[in-house]
Design a protein around this ligand. Structure first.
Ligand code: M6R
Length: 367
């Protein structure tokens, strides 16, 4: 049932190229120039009436939602707020009939997410669900559903569901853009072409799993480590940190790279591992400065960056891992993969139960 892999998590990490292809299949027009989401019942008029978007989810699905915020803001120029589902209802969110509420849930059964969905509907908002389970509670109660086609996810630590949620956000963001006219046909075609290249690029990362394993073996005995990044790299840092905590039980924190010096830098001392994401060209130099701040205090830095920048990165880090080149908005679909492998191998090195970490359940059906 694990298809020759030692754990479901590893199997599911390796299923990601297929999950990307399956989630895109039939949703890109034959000429590659537009997105077709025939499952959506929302009309172009309804889309034009949206004034804001709320994205609500828990855990890893929330981290996908944080990337989703950037995707929708950049592509459709609609203001997006994100909230963890367990907080959303209790802060009297301003939900109006011109709000689109997107709930993201692999299982479609998470109690907090379902409760947030119901609150959104009660307030008259339109609800779009991004879920991996057809017929789940979330899918049944939402007005519209985009199903991610990741296939069943068994490991408690979510991997292919997260990346498929990213693909769903890219598709939906482009769909909004082409409906609202915020991006032209050439832009959409270019981004779709870059998306089609992602599965093969993930395969290239997976082929280097051994490199990540060596890094994981080296960090597994540290008590604490840090993930830093800016923009979408920060959202991916949060996901990398959660994954590591969840299955290896190593304490870690994710920080927006520029925030470190406002307090957390005090925790950096000799030998503390810092995993720095540097995939956003515009923010590269700024993040390098933040890396130097940690290096000056003895941090042991792993840089994750776009291939071609080896020389610039080498000067400031102790070890490095390059991801294949893609558009800046698409890097999360690649950069998270080495972080998934890192947490997998760290958990393995420490002898933990990778697929069934302590204290956690696959589906959280209590609030
Ligand atoms: O099924 P859901 O996507 O609603 O689950 C949400 C979270 O419970 C889930 O993503 C959790 O954070 C994972 N175990 C993370 O790997």
């Amino acid at each position: 049932e694990k298809g020759g892999y030692d754990h479901f998590m590893l199997k599911e990490i390796y299923e990601q190229p297929k999950a990307y292809r399956d989630t895109m299949r039939g949703r890109v027009s034959e000429d590659g120039k537009s997105v077709t989401l025939s499952e959506l019942s929302m009309t172009p008029e309804q889309i034009r009436a949206f004034r804001r978007v709320h994205i609500v989810a828990c855990g890893t699905a929330m981290h996908a939602g944080m990337v989703g915020k950037t995707i929708i803001e950049q592509l459709a120029r609609l203001p997006v707020e994100t909230d963890v589902a367990s907080e959303y209802r209790y802060r009297s969110p301003i939900i109006t009939p011109d709000t689109l509420v997107i709930v993201v849930s692999q299982s479609g059964e998470t109690a907090d997410t379902l409760a947030a969905l119901r609150e959104a509907k009660r307030c008259g908002a339109r609800v779009l669900a991004i879920t991996n389970v057809v017929g789940s509670s979330v899918a049944r109660e939402a007005d519209d559903t985009i199903v991610t086609l990741a296939g069943p996810e068994i490991a408690v630590a979510s991997t292919k569901a997260y990346t498929s949620q990213l693909i769903a956000f890219y598709l939906f963001g482009l769909y909004l853009a082409q409906t609202l006219g915020t991006r032209d046909e050439a832009f959409v075609a270019n981004m779709l072409a870059a998306m089609q290249a992602l599965p093969e690029q993930v395969e290239r990362i997976l082929a280097q799993a051994e490199t990540i394993k060596e890094i994981a073996d080296a960090i597994a005995h540290n008590r604490s480590l840090f993930f830093i990044g800016r923009g979408v790299d920060y959202a991916v840092a949060l996901e990398g940190s959660l994954k590591l905590k969840e299955i290896s039980y190593i304490h870690s924190e994710a920080y927006a790279a520029g925030e470190l010096k406002h307090g957390t830098l005090a925790l950096i001392e000799e030998g503390v591992p810092v995993i720095a994401l540097l995939t956003q060209e515009e923010l590269f130099e700024k993040t390098i400065s933040n890396i130097k701040e940690t290096k000056a205090r003895g941090a042991n830095v792993l840089g994750i960056y776009n291939e071609g920048q080896e020389a610039e990165v080498a000067k400031s880090v102790d070890s490095q891992f390059a991801i294949p080149r893609t558009l800046p908005l698409l890097t999360p679909a690649l950069s998270v993969v080495p972080l998934q492998l890192l947490s997998y191998y760290a958990s393995l090195a420490l002898g933990h139960d990778v697929d069934k970490p302590r204290n956690l359940a696959k589906s959280v059906t209590v609030e």
